[in-house]
Design a protein around this ligand. Structure first.
Ligand SMILES: [Zn+2]
Length: 348
C-alpha cells in the first residue's frame, strides 16, 4: 500500500512535479495559441465585413452632403456597383448626388440613373428620368436611344416608333430600328391573323433582306412550307439551330437536294443519306458516325458587335443593344433526348 504514497524528499516526487509543470506549460501555451488564432480570425472578419456592406441611406446622405469625397469619386463608386450588378446601391448613390447637385449640372448623373433603372428592370422610373432629361435637353441622342429601348421593353411599340423621328432629325441612322420595331409590332399584334402576318413579314424580308432569324423563326413555327419556299441558300447557316431541330416530316426534299449545305446538314442529322462527307468538321463526324453514337449538335449565340456569347437566340443583344448581330456557333455534344428515349424503351 505504501508504494502509492511518496515522501516529498523522494527523488521520484521531484521528477513527477517536473513533468507536471512541463505538461501545464504545454497545455497553457497550446490553449493560448488557439485562443489568439480565433481572436485574429474574428478581427479580420470584422474588418472585411465593412467593405461588403454599403453605408445605410442616412449615412450615405450625410457622407455625400459632407463633401469629403469628390463627386467624381462617388460616380466611380456607383459605376463599379453598376458593373457588379449591384444596381440598388448605384441608384442610392446617384439619387443622393442629384440632391446636392444644381439642376443645370445634373444631366449626366440623371442619364446614369436612368440607365441603371433600365438595367435593374425599373422601366417606368427609367422612362420618367429620360423624359425629364429630354424635357430640358431635347437634343440628347443617348437619352432618346434609351427611351426607345424602354418603350420597346414595355412593348409600347407605337411610342418607340415616335422616338425615331427626333433621332432621325439628329442625323442618327434609324433604318434598322424602324424595321425591327415594325416587325415586333406585327408579331405582337393579336388582331392580325397568322396568314396576314406571314405575308407581311415575307414582304418586309424581300424588301430589306435583314432580320433573317427573327422573321424565319416565326415562319418556320407557323407555316413551314412557306418558310422553305422563301429561304435563301446563303442564309441557311444563320438559321442552323432552327433547321437542325425541324421534324423529319417538315423537310422539303426538293429544296434540300439542290443545296449542298442542307444535304450535308440533314445527312449529319441522320434524316437523309445525301452526303458521304462534309467540309464542316462537326457535320463530317456525325455523317461518319452514322448514328452509332448518341451525339448531336448544341448551339450558342454570339453577338458580332460585343462578342458576348449567350445560351439563347436574340434579335437585339441584351448587352450592347445592337440589332440583328447574332451568329450561331455549334459544337458536338451528347444527345440527351436520344439517351432518355432509349432509357424509357428499356423499361418497357
Ligand atoms: Zn452585343
Amino acid at each position: 500500500m505504501d508504494m502509492f504514497f511518496l515522501d516529498y524528499r523522494d527523488p521520484l516526487f521531484s521528477i513527477i512535479i517536473f513533468f507536471a509543470i512541463i505538461f501545464a506549460i504545454t497545455f497553457f501555451s497550446y490553449w493560448w495559441g488557439r485562443y489568439k488564432r480565433k481572436e485574429d480570425y474574428k478581427h479580420l472578419n470584422r474588418f472585411l465585413r465593412q467593405f461588403r456592406t454599403v453605408p445605410s441611406k442616412d449615412e450615405l446622405k450625410f457622407l455625400v452632403s459632407k463633401g469629403e469625397m469628390s463627386q467624381k469619386s462617388w460616380l466611380l463608386l456607383a459605376s463599379s456597383y453598376y458593373k457588379n450588378g449591384e444596381y440598388e446601391k448605384a441608384i442610392e448613390i446617384y439619387n443622393e448626388i442629384l440632391k446636392v447637385t444644381e439642376k443645370q449640372n445634373s444631366k449626366e448623373t440623371m442619364f446614369l440613373l436612368g440607365k441603371t433603372y433600365f438595367k435593374a428592370g425599373f422601366l417606368e422610373r427609367s422612362k420618367q428620368i429620360f423624359l425629364e432629361i429630354l424635357k430640358h435637353y431635347p437634343r440628347t441622342p443617348q437619352a432618346l436611344h434609351y427611351l426607345l429601348l424602354v418603350y420597346e421593353y414595355m412593348r409600347d411599340y407605337k411610342s418607340a416608333a415616335e422616338v425615331l423621328e427626333p433621332l432621325d432629325e439628329l442625323q442618327e441612322d434609324v433604318a434598322l430600328d424602324s424595321l425591327y420595331l415594325g416587325v415586333l409590332q406585327l408579331l405582337n399584334d393579336t388582331s392580325v391573323p397568322e396568314s396576314k402576318k406571314t405575308e407581311q413579314l415575307i414582304k418586309l424580308y424581300e424588301q430589306n433582306h435583314q432580320l433573317t432569324y427573327t422573321i424565319f423563326e416565326y415562319l418556320f413555327r407557323v407555316d413551314k412550307a412557306l418558310a422553305w419556299k422563301h429561304l435563301e441558300n446563303s442564309k441557311a447557316e444563320l438559321l442552323l439551330d432552327i433547321l437542325w431541330n425541324l421534324d423529319r416530316k417538315d423537310l422539303n426534299l426538293d429544296i434540300i437536294s439542290k443545296n449542298g449545305y442542307l444535304r450535308e446538314l440533314y445527312s449529319a442529322k441522320g434524316y437523309l443519306d445525301l452526303a458521304a462527307s462534309s467540309s464542316v468538321f462537326e457535320f463530317d463526324i456525325l455523317i461518319k458516325l452514322e448514328g452509332k453514337a448518341n451525339a448531336t449538335l448544341s448551339f450558342e449565340y454570339v453577338c458580332e458587335s460585343c462578342k458576348g456569347v449567350y445560351p439563347f437566340a436574340f434579335s437585339r443583344c441584351k448587352v450592347c443593344h445592337a440589332i440583328d448581330t447574332q451568329r450561331i456557333e455549334w459544337s458536338l455534344s451528347r444527345d440527351y433526348i436520344k439517351d432518355f428515349s432509349e432509357e424509357n424503351n428499356s423499361f418497357q
